[in-house]
Design a protein around this ligand. Structure first.
Ligand code: GLU
Length: 382
């Protein structure tokens, strides 16, 4: 049986047929603090991915390891603290990282491309669409794109900051059917498997309950950035927009191939039923909100259950200094955020018209931009 045929049946635990996937590889898997990149491990990752590509899947790899590789080349044993040092390490390490991948994928006759992105490339709609076109074009050319954050130029405050979250944003970007985080543990455990012998791997997660969140309160180590907590943030982004996510061990050979064949590998996070449309996905996750608008329960109901727009009458509180056209988060008085959308009014205007009927807007401001504070089409319910 050919490899493509082996992957043909719908994977057992995955709800959708997988055609296009994003795979994230963590620093902890392919690098160690003093020694830098582990060529053997990079080859192992490449072998697994190449097999999946050969079976007809489109794969985008998001790989960490630039800073760890740079640390080793610069003879640094601890992760640098200062931003310029981190950026210098990333600059040295990124080319080392790509050199290793070039070699490893060339053994399978695969071409790779380096794609470095920043938070701004994701927040700006035009740049976002541009990045998407580039990635999709690379896939069409049969090239395997390797994405990382552009650590050398991105300033800390405006970074995505970790590749778990970045990989979820890339999965949105290319409309992937699956996101896989390959790491050095084989899934989410009920306890710390290194210390607790009774800890067992959770096979499937259907909702990110508080109990699940508690399992992820861990510390990242010398090489890794995020640990389990950023993986659950990635899961939230993926699940909410209809993309299944898997955390699995990259330490064993052909994890990805086995996963796609339907073997019970890792922990699968099942998406909510509906897939968010591309623009709503971008609204919900790609842009950091510039402020927060608290609304009453009636307004929330109208927005989430009846498909209505937000009117001034439902607005209770306005936090932050935002301009018309910017993204704001919507919450109830308990602070729980339930939607995000583009506001038609500045924060100052909104403070003056909150709670009033639309017919009163003009009397208060002297003009009226629109009836809606946030139009339905510009709103993503989380
Ligand atoms: N972009 C960083 C690097 O390549 C890693 C960030 C992460 O591991 O989450 O070193």
């Amino acid at each position: 049986m050919t490899e493509a045929r082996q992957l043909a049946p719908s994977p057992r635990r995955l709800p959708t047929k997988v055609r296009r996937l994003v795979v994230k590889v963590g620093s902890g898997l392919i690098a160690s603090p003093g020694a830098g990149l582990d060529a053997g491990r990079v080859r192992q990752v490449a072998d697994d991915l190449a097999r999946v590509v050969a079976a007809g899947k489109e794969v985008v790899l998001v790989s960490s390891g630039a800073i760890a590789a740079g640390m080793a080349r610069l003879g640094l044993s601890a992760r640098p603290r200062s931003i310029p040092e981190k950026q210098a390490a990333a600059a040295v390490g990124q080319s080392a990282l790509m050199w290793h991948y070039e070699q490893a994928f060339a053994r399978h006759g695969l071409k790779v491309a380096q794609v470095l992105v920043t938070q701004e490339d994701i927040s700006h709609r035009a740049r976002y669409l541009n990045a998407r076109n580039t990635l999709v074009t690379l896939l069409r050319f049969g090239v395997l794109p390797i994405v990382n954050e552009n650590d050398t130029v991105a300033v800390e405050e405006i970074k995505v900051g970790d590749n778990d979250n970045l990989s979820a944003l890339v999965a949105h970007l290319i409309d992937a059917d699956l996101l896989v985080l390959l790491t050095d543990v084989d899934g989410l455990y009920t306890g710390d498997p290194r210390r607790d012998r009774a800890a067992r791997r959770i096979d499937v997660v259907e909702a990110l309950t508080e109990e699940i969140q508690r399992l992820a309160q861990d510390e990242a180590d010398a090489v890794s950035v995020g640990g389990m907590s950023t993986k659950l943030q990635a899961a939230q982004k993926a699940m909410a927009s209809g993309i299944p996510m898997v955390i699995a061990s990259g330490r064993e050979a052909h994890t990805l191939f086995r996963l796609l064949k339907g073997e019970p590998v890792g922990t699968v996070f099942l998406p909510k039923a509906d897939r968010l449309g591309a623009r709503k996905r971008w609204l919900a996750f790609a842009v950091p909100p510039q402020g927060r608008v608290t609304v009453d329960a009636g307004a929330k109901k109208a927005l989430t259950e009846r498909g209505k727009s937000l009117l001034p009458s439902g607005v209770l509180e306005v936090e932050g200094e935002f301009q018309a056209g910017e993204l704001v988060a919507l919450a109830l008085t308990d602070g729980k955020e339930f939607a995000r959308g583009l506001t038609n009014y500045d924060a100052d205007e909104l403070r003056r018209i909150r709670g009033v009927k639309t017919s009163a807007i003009e009397g208060i401001l002297g003009y009226k931009r629109l009836d809606e504070v946030i139009h339905r089409d510009d709103l993503a319910v989380l």
